[in-house]
Design a protein around this ligand. Sequence first.
Ligand code: GDP
Ligand code: MG
Length: 296
Amino acid sequence: MSETRCGYAAIVGRPNVGKSTLLNHLIQQKISITSRKPQTTRQNVTGVKTQGNVQIIFVDTPGMHRKQTKAINRYMNRVATSATLDVDVILFVVDRTIWTTDDDNVVERLQQSKVPVIVVVNKMDCQEDKAALIPHLALLQERLKPAEIIPVSALRGHNLDCLEEQIIKRLPQGIHLFPEDQITDKSSRFLAAELIREKITRQLGAELPYQIAVEIDQFIDETTLITIAATILVERDGQKRILIGEGGSRLKSIGTAARLDMETLFDAKVMLKLWVKVKAGWSDDDRALRSLGFHE
Ligand code: GDP
Ligand code: MG
């Protein structure tokens, strides 16, 4: 492509279809946390990919879902919706033919948008019967009228070059908004907190992860060594006990896993200190959410 281009691509879809995995593989760096549990991503995470004279700014979003019972869930829906308003292209990620009412909810929101939509049919590595997709995708084509439908495997990196080509075609001409070596607009503190949250989500039982938040109390960057102190907030005493584990074993293994990922991401040695604190009701309290950095 001869002219300089730069633009935004929002990644939307219901929880757990692989949005964050897609972002990480597109920019070949782990900046958005992923797990088997829904609602791992809570805030929009920006990933910047610059190649030659093209810059794509991806925005990974929390999963959109119908249930909006708690303040944190309402917050995540607003954040995801806001990301679709002012972008050049929307990547609507779906999981093969697995369709839920949360997918219907996304379609309804996208029907109101004027931005071109690319349907990304993810997890194709798990789809044996490719023909079974055809009637499903034909229906979706009719209903949403997307610009493209592209099957991929985010995890394996299959067909992502084709997806990228279709994104680039839709970006406007213009100067790059980020320096070439910048991969995200998020601070190192934010990324550190997210990595801790990811390890908790991956290592602990189903319901706990919804009710934790991570605050970075200290972040001292001495180039080759970064010292980080963080507090994990939970809602109840019982959760604190689970998180700490027998003789502190669980917290230790969460800390080790998070530290290893931080060392790769920051390219430095990391000293990580973790504390656990009970702060009842934070996830349904708008003021507490703001103080934890959930700003719009
Ligand atoms: P998000 O909630 O949409 O951001 O989904 P995540 O990126 O956190 O992924 C949810 C789960 O799906 C994780 O366990 C991923 O490893 C898995 N996953 C994502 N993409 C693929 C894929 O292409 N193939 C397979 N088999 N699993 C995937
Ligand atoms: Mg995610």
